[in-house]
Unconditional design. Structure first.
Length: 336
């Protein structure tokens, strides 16, 4: 046996037995596995709209799922693969699903032009293009909302416009009232609004915390909204975090509340993977490695979620944390 064979076999055994590393390529477009959505996105990138249409038909009035589908398919169109969307609209004029994807695509394209850099590292021309495209997306969003007035998904896209265009607090409150009238516990709507209220956008550390706490306090168990205070804390601290910050008693209480809510959530909740990513990261930073590993096992292979989307290379950040989590969880087990 050559010197390299034994270490390789040992590493392979660890992968298989304990899931120390995700072996597959990381999907940077989704937060977790969704075979139907993946197939629809792949078909769209090849110019076929029919799988996307079936996806929305199957979603029915599951607003959370419709919003996710529209965002991810809108990302495909915004990435330069939009022939399928134009063909869909031509084949089915006035279709609310196609109109919704078009609205989300316009918003996604605007954010793509802006880029993910902080404001001080974003050029004036980038901001001009960003604002121009956000303003242009208004017609598509309003059309989607008019075609299906009971669907909050177009208004969720409007929240992203509100953040980018700098809606006043009064305008944001008015928009939020329309959203919650249709879907009072919509996770993605809350997640988008939470970012509006952060200090780096149009709120403050206090306002974002108050928003998250109020939403979590009035939410039914299993809605995932108990994750919002943890998310707000991260948004307030992510640029100046130390290991000790995660061990604070208050932060541990936020994580415990999120753990309980995630455990009660419908396993098919389309936003559950996003909650698992952030929760797994917090558990890792608190040294609760076995609990963190359980969260990561559900989402291995996917990285479109906090905290990875704030990293320069999301897949590498996820892999590093996931690997350390698995190794330390294994060590914890041996010590017990």
């Amino acid at each position: 046996m050559t010197p390299l064979v034994l270490p390789c076999l040992l590493l392979l055994w660890c992968w298989l037995a304990y899931g120390l590393l995700p072996l597959r390529w990381q999907n940077s477009h989704l937060a977790g596995p969704d075979a139907s959505l993946q197939r629809a996105c792949e078909a769209a990138s090849r110019g076929r709209w029919e799988p996307a249409a079936r996806l929305f038909e199957e979603a029915g009035q599951d607003w959370e799922r419709r919003t996710l589908y529209a965002q991810r398919l809108g990302d495909v169109a915004a990435g330069g693969h939009d022939r399928w969307l134009k063909a869909w609209e031509e084949a089915r004029p006035g279709n609310p699903d196609a109109a919704l994807v078009a609205g989300c695509a316009g918003v996604a394209y605007a954010w793509k032009l802006r880029g993910g850099a902080p404001a001080h590292r974003t050029s004036r021309s980038q901001f001009e293009d960003f604002h121009r495209e956000l303003r242009a997306s208004r017609d598509d969003i309003e059309r989607a909302s008019a075609l299906r007035p009971d669907d909050p998904s177009p208004l969720v896209a409007e929240i992203w416009r509100a953040r980018g265009l700098g809606y006043s607090h009064e305008e944001m409150h008015a928009l939020w009232s329309r959203v919650t009238d249709l879907a009072p516990h919509h996770f993605e709507a809350h997640s988008g609004a939470l970012r509006y209220w952060t200090a780096k956008w149009h709120g403050s550390r206090q306002l974002v915390s108050e928003f998250a706490e109020k939403a979590a306090a009035g939410a039914p168990p299993g809605s995932l909204l108990a994750v919002l205070p943890m998310m707000a804390w991260y948004e307030n601290h992510f640029d100046k975090l130390s290991a000790a910050d995660f061990l604070d008693r208050e932060v541990r209480a936020l994580v415990d509340a999120a753990v309980a809510d995630v455990a009660l959530a419908d396993p098919d909740h389309p936003r559950l993977p996003e909650a698992r990513h952030l929760l797994g990261y917090f558990l890792f930073r608190q040294g609760r490695y076995r609990a963190a590993r359980e969260q990561f096992r559900h989402v291995d292979g996917f990285t479109e979620a906090l905290p990875w989307r704030y990293a320069h290379v999301a897949s590498l950040h996820y892999r590093a944390v996931r690997t350390k989590t698995g190794r330390k969880a294994l060590m914890d087990r041996r010590m017990r």
